[in-house]
Write a protein of this length. Structure first.
Length: 78
């Protein structure tokens, strides 16, 4: 992953509409993995439309700082 917020945003902008896998670090060796489609990007956050079968939420947003500080891991599904 890039090491600056502007680079992270640029990467997200290039992948709008692509499948994405988000792994959220919950602390104490706990992780939650969510799958969905990168829906929109804004100035400080990006929105992921989650797969309905695995999640009760429709969509979630994360900040680029979460990616930078490694609070979440982002992978684009091929």
């Amino acid at each position: 992953m890039p090491k600056e917020i502007a680079e992270i945003k640029s990467l997200m902008d290039q992948n709008i509409g692509e499948k994405i896998i988000i792994t959220v670090q919950l602390g104490r060796n706990k992780k939650r993995t969510r799958r969905g489609v990168l829906k929109e990007t804004y100035r400080s956050v990006f929105v992921v439309d989650l797969e309905q079968e695995a999640n009760t939420l429709g969509c979630v947003s994360y900040s680029y700082c979460d990616v930078l500080t490694k609070a979440i891991d982002v992978d684009f599904a091929q």
